[in-house]
Design a protein. Sequence first.
Length: 131
Amino acid sequence: VKVRKYIYENLKDEWLISSSTKEIYNLIYIHLHSEKLPSASLIINEIKDKNLRNKLTTLIFDVENIDTSMSMVTQCLKRLELNWIDNRINDLREKLKVGGGSHDIDVDLIKEITDLQAQQHATKKIVQNFG
């Protein structure tokens, strides 16, 4: 329950790149903070898309073979966050390169990049402490 609640409180769906992973997360999100999870078959049977249903089934069997710890979950979430930050910084840098924006827009982009770099630095420190 502790691990699920941690995921519920800390994972941002924008960090998930794959649309199918986002869909699965959105299906199970509401159940993460529950004391007792509904049966996997109940959730799987709600999924209409065959590929998505197969992916979730595979994930369920894979997860059952993993001994999870708070440390492992925290590292995974921080790595997802770092990946999202890296992608976001690169997107913002591309917008600056393309140009065409007003001075105010460029300043806003630079400020967001600076804020993300600070967040990136802090998150990397957390990941390194687990190393």
